[in-house]
Design a protein around this ligand. Structure first.
Ligand code: HXC
Length: 545
């Protein structure tokens, strides 16, 4: 009898020395099955062999499990598929069979909100993607889309597992399919913390936001050696596909971090602005920042020379709750600034021309950057604030031949199709086609404000005078021409270069007191909070890509 384990407490009585009357001592027994379970799990959770983990550390990288721990709330991660194994047996893989197949999948909470997470483990077969590895990721993505929670991928991989041939390519195909299918359904975030090469780069490229870490992350379709063989160009990893290359030149990367911990902190901050899925609103935050806080800075805009550059970030900081602004794509197309703020506690996406760079003119990259962000905001019910200070489109042969017509059209398309609340504030200049493009009233802006200092016209006064009065200027003596130009420009400015003619036509709803801009914007977004537009009766529009 004494050998029997109590099935409820998991203990058994230890035999007492004969004749002793004390209470029998109870000993906790670990059953064989539990022992085996724990051994298997411990081995699987350890990841790759110690020397591979050591090599990972030497490169300054965290392990796949440590990365998840940085991201999720403590103790919240629940793994799925830990015991799924590599199935391939060719080219020596049989001897390297591993549980987990080089990727950890599961879910946990980030700042208290659920997210599905996968983290590739470079210490196991170089994090390469084989059949099981792909199955784990696609199952996770399907579950996340069904449950309507965001997907966060942590990528550190040698790419398609060479030993598994087309099976691994097919695995990527299945992931790409889901990246596209669930785009606009749940937010998808990619964190690149190692190599990401070949076609593998297209999964992150299909997601909403890409994070990279300085010195650790590399993305390219063909590596330096192939580039050299094919084109003769010599280039190192960092120049070809490092974080700053993709943040400032290609636009693939939205956020750059100085270290891995810094990267996960930034991901959490981004998540705090996002809804869980397209059916929900972004989370509201309590704020003590008064909605009627006055902004003196905006009055000063009217006093400075309209050609003087300034960073529009300052205006965004002053407008937003607690002066907080999460900028997206900070290093790319700096002539336009996009990101998230809160106004009166509600998340708002900002699109703002930035006169500090290329005078804030629109060009190919700025159009692409803003259009993509607008489409994200629209998919996820985030209202749009547009701050306008734009002299026009950036001129030049390179822009025309590069397709500013096609790329600029993306911005028009994205604004026009966006059905979330859209509020526009013209700060200073708004000229020509660029005025129309920046969420003008007749292109679907819900409420369009202007500061008194704004100039809204077909073009700037100087340019207009050269075209309207070219004969008169030519016929005037050389020494008198400048005075004539100035006089005509003033006449033009007085008539057109103000917001009043536009307001008289109803294309500006209100010219507002500058110091009250925050109050007016918060009030307007509250008014529009219930805005709903019935869906269009079409499969997809044909955005000019
Ligand atoms: C199988 C791979 C692998 C891969 C790395 N490993 N990449 N195994 N398939 N794609 C293995 C290595 O053999 C090694 O195994 C271990 O991972 C660690 O790799 P190292 O080379 O020792 O690491 P490191 O020096 O840091 O170099 C990392 C690397 C390099 C730059 C990623 O491994 C590399 O160039 N790998 C190949 C990259 C590649 O060409 N992938 C295919 C891309 S095409 P051992 O047993 O020695 O520890 C692609 C197509 C996708 O992905 C298409 C989608 C449509």
């Amino acid at each position: 009898m004494a050998d029997l384990i109590d099935p409820i407490t998991g203990t058994k009585e230890e035999p007492q020395p004969s004749g002793k009357k004390a209470h029998p001592k109870k000993v906790r027994i670990v059953s064989e099955s539990l022992k085996k379970f724990r051994e298997i799990h411990a081995a699987a959770e350890a990841g790759g062999p110690p020397e591979k983990i050591e090599a990972q550390r030497k490169k300054g990288k965290l392990t796949a499990r440590e990365r998840i721990a940085y991201l999720v709330d403590e103790g919240s991660f629940q793994e799925l598929g830990l015991l799924m194994e590599t199935r391939c047996t060719d080219f020596g893989v049989k001897d390297k069979h591993i549980k987990g197949d080089g990727v950890i999948t599961g879910f946990g909470t980030v700042n208290g909100r659920l997210a599905a997470i996968f983290s590739e483990d470079f210490t196991q077969l170089g994090g390469s993607l084989g059949r099981t590895h792909a199955d784990k990721i696609t199952r996770l993505m399907d579950m996340a889309a069904d449950a309507r929670v965001p997907v966060i991928g942590i990528l550190d991989s040698g790419g398609a597992r060479i030993q598994e041939g087309v099976d691994s390519l097919d695995g990527y195909g299945e992931i790409f399919l889901r990246n596209a299918k669930y785009s606009g359904v749940v937010p998808q975030i990619s964190i690149i913390v190692g190599p990401c090469a070949g076609g593998a780069v297209y999964s992150p490229a299909l997601t909403d936001f890409v994070f990279m870490v300085k010195g650790l992350s590399h993305m390219f379709v063909t590596g330096p050696e192939v580039v050299k063989a094919a084109t003769g160009e010599e280039v190192d990893f960092e120049t070809l596909g490092g974080s700053m290359t993709h943040a400032s030149k290609s636009g693939v990367c939205h956020f750059v971090a100085n270290s891995e911990p810094d990267c996960y902190r930034q991901v959490k901050e981004l998540m705090s602005f996002l809804p869980q899925n397209r059916y929900e609103a972004a989370p509201a935050h309590e704020t003590k920042d008064p909605s009627d806080r006055k902004i003196a800075l905006l009055e000063k805009l009217g006093e400075v020379d309209p050609r003087k550059p300034y960073r529009v970030h300052h205006i965004v900081w002053w407008l937003s709750d607690d002066h907080k602004f999460l900028e997206v794509h900070h290093d790319y197309a700096k002539n336009i600034v996009v990101g998230f703020i809160r106004l009166g506690g509600q998340v708002v996406g900002v699109i703002a021309n930035n006169p500090a760079h290329m005078a804030g003119a629109l060009d190919i990259n700025a159009s692409d950057k803003a259009a993509r962000f607008i489409r994200f905001l629209n998919n996820f019910n985030i209202p749009i604030l547009t701050l306008v200070d734009v002299p026009g489109y950036w001129p030049g042969v390179a822009q025309e031949h590069g397709g500013i017509i096609r790329h600029g059209a993306k911005l028009l398309y994205a604004y026009s199709e966006a059905s979330v609340p859209k509020i526009t504030l013209v700060l200073r200049k708004a000229y020509g086609g660029a005025y129309i493009a920046m969420s003008s009233k007749l292109m679907g802006g819900d409420i369009n404000f202007s500061l008194p200092s704004a100039e809204i016209a077909v073009m700037g006064p100087r340019g207009a005078v050269e075209i309207l009065y070219s004969r008169q200027i030519k016929e005037t003596k050389e020494e008198d021409r400048e005075a004539l130009r100035a006089k005509l420009a003033k006449e033009y400015s007085d008539k057109f270069a103000s917001p009043y003619q536009t307001a008289a036509m109803g294309s500006i709803d209100e010219v507002i007191e500058p110091s009250q801009a925050r109050t007016r914007l918060i009030g307007a977004f509250r008014m529009l909070a219930g805005k709903r537009r019935p869906g269009e009766h079409r499969l997809t529009g044909n955005i000019p890509l």
